[in-house]
Every structure is written in C-alpha cells, then in structure tokens.
Write a protein that binds this ligand. Sequence first.
Ligand code: HEM
Ligand code: HEM
Length: 198
Amino acid sequence: MNAMVKVWDPLVRLFHWSLAGLFLANFFTEEGELVHRGFGYAILVLIAVRFVWGWIGTRHARFADWVPGPRRVRDYLRQRLAGRSRRQLGHNPAAAVMILALLAGVLLVGVTGWLQTTDRFFGEGWLEELHEVLAYGVLGLVVLHVLAAVGESVHYGENLVASMIHGRKRALGQDAAAGEKTAPIAASQLNDPIARQE
Ligand code: HEM
Ligand code: HEM
C-alpha cells in the first residue's frame, strides 16, 4: 500500500462537488424560476463559505498555499512544457489560475442573476443577456478545467479527480520534508523528474 497524505479536507470536497452539481444543474432548471434562483443563491453561499475557508481552513485549502503570483505561474508553465515540472500536493499554479477564474466567473453569474430580481434592473434585456453569456462562458472554462484535470492526471500518473473525491494523494519524500504527516513512497511511482533524482 502506498503511503497517502490528506490534501483536501471534507469542506473543500463538499464545496467542490456541490458547486459543480448546482452550477451544471442550473442550465437545466427553468430560467429565473424558484429552483433556478435557489440553486444560484446556494452557489453564492458556497463561494462565501469557501472564501472564509481560504483564510482559516486546513493547509491546502488556504489561499496562501495555492494562489500564485505571475512569476510562479510563468515558471510552472515553462517547466511543465519542458517536461520538468514538479508534481504539487495542493493546486498547481496553472490549475490555480483556472480555479480563480472559475470562482470569479461563477460569482459574476450569480450576481447578474440576482440583479435581475432587483427593482433597479428588473426586466433589463442587456442584463439577462450578460447573465446568459457569462454562464456559458464559465461553462466553457469548466470544459477546459475538466480536460486539464484529466490531462494532468495522465501526465503525473495520479488520479486528481479521485483525490477530489476521497481527499488523499500519494506521498513523496519531498512532502514529508515539507512537513506533511506522511511516510514517503518511491518517487519513481510519480512523474516528477526532480523528486526521482533526490
Ligand atoms: C450561479 C449559477 C447560475 C447559472 C449557471 C445560471 C444560468 C442561467 C442561464 C444559462 C440562463 C439562460 C437560460 C436560457 O435562456 O435558456 C439563465 C437565465 C436566468 N437566470 Fe440564471 N443562472 C445562475 C444563477 C441565477 C441567480 C442567482 C438568479 C436570480 C436570483 C438567476 C436568475 C435568472 C433569470 C431571471 C433568468 C432569465 C433571464 C431571461 O429572461 O432571459 N440566475 N440563468
Ligand atoms: C464535473 C466535472 C469536474 C471535475 C472532474 C473537476 C475536477 C476537479 C479537480 C480534480 C480539482 C482539483 C484540481 C487540482 O488538483 O489542483 C478541481 C478543483 C476545483 N474545481 Fe473542479 N471539476 C469539475 C467541475 C467543476 C465545476 C463545474 C466547477 C465550477 C463551476 C469547478 C470548480 C472548481 C474549483 C473552484 C476548484 C478548487 C476547489 C477548492 O480549492 O476549493 N469544478 N476540480
């Protein structure tokens, strides 16, 4: 049995799959009706909770752990394209950019949905249009997000989607060195060229 390390706490996993389910379901609910609005508001609550958790949550849930600066994103992409990138326990910098875009996008969809119910903006055609365009735009990002999750899983030789379900990833020596509560396994089992040399 490989040593495993806990990465995604239950709140992150519940947040992720509830967000994914409610977001996708809202393309099939009656537009603007009670269920649609309810799902939309539930999504806004989820994002608010996740925002707080990003400050006070467990190690890999925190923004400080995974929100990268431009240089980290650039370096990661360069190394990834050259086949020299290191597998990360938390979100990798490229995934992080997508995650921030998804969170911001979903937030905007929810807010433009809510605004349509206010006296000020009720019946505004452009807002309805914007809401719909944003919703489909975020849906496009979701497609890329899922393809990337599968692609990165194949590249690194570990199932990232399963990790988002059970919360664990295989541990490497470098993870133990970084203070994770874990026993390391052979680095050769993961596609991480630097760890293999260590
Ligand atoms: C955050 C998740 C949401 C998603 C993915 C979403 C998605 C969509 C989509 C795709 C449409 C266009 C449907 C169509 O024309 O076939 C739509 C319409 C609409 N949505 Fe949302 N929505 C969300 C949240 C909300 C919220 C929070 C509200 C209000 C509280 C809302 C209110 C409306 C209304 C009133 C319409 C009808 C606009 C019109 O008459 O064209 N939505 N939504
Ligand atoms: C249904 C198919 C989906 C799959 C298979 C999937 C897969 C994943 C995976 C594997 C991760 C972790 C990435 C990593 O290891 O760095 C992740 C994170 C994330 N995904 Fe998805 N995703 C899906 C749908 C969605 C949808 C529909 C949304 C939003 C509209 C979304 C938003 C996010 C967010 C915000 C995170 C970060 C979670 C956190 O740190 O709290 N995902 N997703």
